[in-house]
Write a protein that binds this ligand. Structure first.
Ligand code: SAH
Ligand code: SF4
Ligand code: F3S
Length: 473
């Protein structure tokens, strides 16, 4: 078997990052090995996102760039997968005549067969069939070359919530949960390759297993918590409407569960939440925040906000700003509302002007920046447990600190922390390494990261898998 080079360009959410790993894993037995360079690739796969118009534009502008490579090397295979592939199907072949393969979100298991057809028959192939269940890729996990400390694990596919602005139910299909044994085997396999943290992915992890009559999400978390060698568990996303008391309780019980929840509110105005089909009110949402903080006082809370949903008045937008200030989020992702094919809100008539959306987005970002900086500054002088994830040679600019290199990791509350690497003397190794969970004294706070010093005394071994709260100074 001759070896060939595969370049995967991933656009979109964590689920696409996970799917890209599965794509690479599926094509590996056919001789495809990953390359960072599209210029050297025998096959380029673009894994696409359809969540907003901007994401779709990004896909076609990337495809425009690789078209030139195909002209120079007609044997190059160009494939388009993911959510835009699912949405557009063979229309992509018309719009981008140099594309050889279009495969949808449920076709990843069939990808090797599709590629084999292209290799032998040299004809263009489209597979956007959607079944109720997605074939399980085999349990084996492929290390990504260098040891990775943190990896995503998809635990459920699709979504049944049909928020009126959202394309996901149409491009990812109906909700279905993976078997707990498959998930646990996959995580054990990852831990064997050096992974120390997993982020469990689903559009609404709270309904994990419900349709299939499987043990619920909290039971799954309990089993994952028992996996030896794993240090941290994260998950995303939990829909506020069914964030259960049981799951809230898990933050007080499970020692590996990180003290962070991403709980997208979208809007602070009840009329808009209703039009979005979110099925909660702002006061029900705030009630859940209170309970979370009661159970886990240092929990970091982040959210998604949509500004300029059809019909959103100035007063309703102010209600969103008020809610942001009341909660005091640790971080926010804010988006301008964007019409999506099939999504009901596209047919709502009272659209908000683009420049009003721009202004509102700006206001949200400015407010949040102030809150984030204040929250980060409050950590200066405190010690937090940091899981070390990566090393690079230059210290962060602006710190003014000299050093040979820099380690980067995250707190349990998902804050990025940079640390200077120790100058290792002759015969001495740097006392830190990837995958270590170490206490770090936070010295400086920035808008998007913290800077700290590993807390001397070699207390690393004393630092168990418990969240950072046990190490607070
Ligand atoms: N399942 C997750 C969201 C996944 S999509 C949840 O329910 O929380 C990620 C975010 O994209 C959403 O939370 C929303 O804020 C944003 N988004 C989705 N559709 C959008 C649209 N049409 N316009 C603008 N933002 C959108
Ligand atoms: Fe989209 Fe709503 Fe499903 Fe999230 S819960 S993926 S926003 S439909
Ligand atoms: Fe985008 Fe599909 Fe994820 S639309 S956000 S890549 S589920």
């Amino acid at each position: 078997m001759s070896l060939k080079k595969l370049h995967i360009q991933t656009i979109g959410c964590q689920m696409n990052v996970y799917d890209s790993d599965k794509i690479a894993q599926g094509l590996d037995p056919m001789g495809y090995r990953l390359t960072d360079s599209p210029d050297k690739a025998d096959m380029i796969i673009v894994n696409t996102c359809a969540i907003r118009e901007k994401a779709v534009q990004k896909v076609f502008s990337y495809l425009g760039r690789v078209a030139g490579l195909k002209q120079a090397r007609p044997d190059l295979i160009i494939g388009v997968g993911g959510c835009v592939a699912q949405q557009e199907g063979d229309r992509i072949l018309q719009r981008a005549p140099y594309v050889d393969l279009v495969f949808g979100t449920h076709a990843i298991g069939r990808l090797p067969a599709l590629v084999a057809r292209i290799e032998t028959e040299r004809q263009r192939v489209v597979d956007v069939a959607m079944g109720t269940c997605i074939e399980e890729p085999d349990g084996a996990v492929m290390p990504r070359g260098e040891t990775e400390v943190s990896r995503f694990v998809t635990i459920m596919h699709g979504c049944d919530n049909f928020c009126t602005y959202c394309v996901v139910p149409y491009v990812r299909g109906r909700e279905s949960s993976r078997q707990p044994d498959h998930i646990l085997d996959e995580i054990r396999g990852l831990v064997d390759t050096g992974v120390r943290e997993v982020t469990l992915l689903g559009q609404n992890v709270n309904s994990y297993g419900q349709k299939e009559g499987l043990p619920d999400f909290t039971s799954l978390l309990e089993k994952i918590n028992d996996i030896e060698g794993l240090k941290r568990i994260r998950f995303t996303t939990s829909h506020p409407k069914d964030l259960s008391e049981k799951l809230i309780g898990a933050f007080g019980i499970l020692d590996k569960l990180c003290h962070h929840i991403h709980l997208p509110v979208q809007s602070g105005a009840d009329r808009i939440l209703k039009k979005m089909n979110r099925n909660y009110t702002s006061s029900q949402y705030l009630d859940k925040i209170t309970k979370l903080r009661h159970t886990c006082p240092d929990i970091a809370i982040t959210s998604d906000i949509i500004v300029g949903f059809p019909g959103e008045t100035e007063r309703e937008f102010t209600a969103t700003l008020d809610l942001i200030a009341t909660v005091g989020y640790d971080g926010l992702f804010a988006f301008k509302y964007s019409d999506r094919p099939n999504a009901p809100a596209t047919r709502f008539t009272d659209k908000v002007d683009e420049h009003v959306k721009d202004q509102r987005l700006q206001k949200v970002l400015e407010l949040q920046e102030k809150i984030t900086i204040a929250k980060n500054r409050a950590l200066v002088g405190q010690t937090r447990a940091v899981l070390v994830e990566s090393y690079r040679l230059k210290p962060a600019s602006g710190t003014g600190e000299a050093g040979t290199g820099q380690w980067t990791g995250r707190t349990s509350t998902n804050k990025i922390v940079h640390m200077p690497a120790a100058e290792a003397g002759p015969g001495q190794a740097d006392p830190i390494d990837k995958g270590f969970l170490i206490p770090v004294l936070i010295k400086k706070a920035f808008a998007h990261s913290l800077w700290g010093l590993p807390d001397g005394s070699g207390a690393r071994t004393a630092c168990g898998p418990k969240g950072e709260s046990s190490h607070a100074a």
